[in-house]
Design a protein around this ligand. Structure first.
Ligand SMILES: *Cc1c(COP(=O)(O)O)cnc(C)c1O
Length: 394
């Protein structure tokens, strides 16, 4: 099979798996900043921080140039350094573990839970040693991780929890918005995420000490705070007290982010509408395992992932993926387990480390999901999937 099959005619244009939705008022918000006095380090960054903190019900928020920089800052604030071990999931974007390496810490990968694909608390517990310092759970696809169990483990072993919520802005765990459950929570505003500032990221926290460190880390480790200065040589005086970075967000970006945030609830509603369409269409197809939702979680649906029951199919994931691509459906795979990347392989991580994550990787396909897609787009995806699965049904 394969080459002689004609897959065309589902749609003329390519449907991406995700994309931003920018309106006239978003554009106007950016234009207003461009006409003003401050392009960076101005009032819009503060306003964006204030709005995000309020939305997720956290005391403090610190904006960064991107989510990866925010994770790096969180690892710094948590005091992660050489000899420290940090446990995270391999079923994530490389940033969730790279941030540990930036601080010279050691990444320990725990396996996933087969139902939600989130990090398995039992596997976390298995991998704790006397060197373990922190856990970085990822709210995979927008569904919050097993936060009660993770926070209990953190309490028992005195660990810091940095929640990677790049997928889960607007999601809830046991009725509480994601953003202040963990010591620090990271959001990303990359264009495929729930809201965008072009590039951008944020850490939310209820902890003043973390907040202070994050702020200083964002600007080279420099402070002008009189209470923190070792001496005072005059009104111009500042001190660089540790090695920080320039990880600042611009006011241009912050204005876009703030404008986008006013639409978050509608964006999530629309995502849910397309998720319902997919669920309904695929629920009677035994070849497809639908995304399982835990009773304690309310996902904000960053990604919609189907898992293939390969023993019911005459083709592998690759053929099915390529067949969907040929029909102009922008499928994707989230993710290649991080430690299978050559860089991590060279660090000594071996295949087989997290068997459940590796198995999932071989069976998963991400379908297009974003608020500005249309019902027709979703129907195109459904028809293409049904057609392809029917063709390869054993
Ligand atoms: C997007 C993302 C990040 C970081 O994103 P940036 O592109 O640096 O803003 C981190 N973790 C996960 C799981 C992500 O999806």
């Amino acid at each position: 099979m394969g080459d002689h099959i004609h897959f065309g005619n589902i749609r003329d244009s390519y449907l991406p798996y995700g994309r931003q939705w920018i309106d006239a008022d978003d554009i106007q918000a950016v234009v207003n900043v461009l006409k003003g006095d401050f392009l960076t380090t101005g009032p819009y960054v503060l306003e964006f921080e204030r709005q995000v903190a309020q939305y997720v019900d956290a005391k403090y928020a610190v904006a960064f140039s991107n989510g990866t920089a925010a994770l790096h800052a969180a690892c710094f604030a948590a005091g992660i350094g050489e000899d420290d071990e940090v446990i995270t999931t391999p079923m994530t974007f490389a940033a969730s573990s790279n941030c540990v390496l930036y601080q010279k810490g050691k990444v320990i990968f725990a396996d996933i839970d087969e139902q939600t694909y989130n990090i398995d608390p039992a596997s976390i517990k298995d991998r704790i040693t006397s060197k373990t310092k922190a856990i970085i759970p990822v709210d995979f696809t927008g569904q919050p991780a097993y936060m009660d169990l993770i926070l209990n483990i953190a309490m028992e072993f005195n660990l810091i929890v940095i929640q990677d919520a790049a997928h889960s802005l607007g999601a809830a765990y046991k009725g509480r918005k994601i953003g202040a459950l963990s010591d620090m929570t990271m959001f990303s505003f990359h264009p495929v995420k729930h809201i965008t500032s072009g590039e951008g990221g944020m850490i939310t926290t209820n902890n003043k000490e973390y907040f202070d460190k994050l702020m200083q880390f964002r600007t080279h480790g420099i402070t002008r705070d009189k209470e923190k200065l070792q001496k005072d040589e005059g009104p111009w005086y500042y001190e660089m007290q540790f090695l920080g970075y320039n990880y600042r967000l611009t006011d241009i970006q912050a204005a876009l982010g703030t404008s986008q945030l006013t639409k978050i609830d509608r964006f999530i509603e629309l995502r849910k509408k397309y998720v319902d369409m997919y669920n309904k269409a695929f629920k009677n197809m035994p070849e497809i395992i639908l995304p399982f939702q835990h009773e304690h979680t309310e996902s904000s649906w960053h990604l919609y992932i189907i898992r293939l029951n390969l023993h019911l199919l005459s083709a592998g994931r690759r053929e099915i993926f390529e067949a969907l691509q040929k029909q102009n459906i922008g499928v994707n795979v989230h993710y290649i387990p991080v430690y299978l990347n050559p860089y991590y392989q060279e660090l000594g991580y071996e295949k087989g480390l997290c068997p459940k994550a590796e198995k999932l990787y071989n069976e998963m396909i991400t379908l297009p999901l974003f608020p500005s897609m249309t019902e027709q787009d979703a129907e195109d995806v459904i028809r293409a999937v049904q057609k392809t699965i029917t063709l390869y049904r054993k």
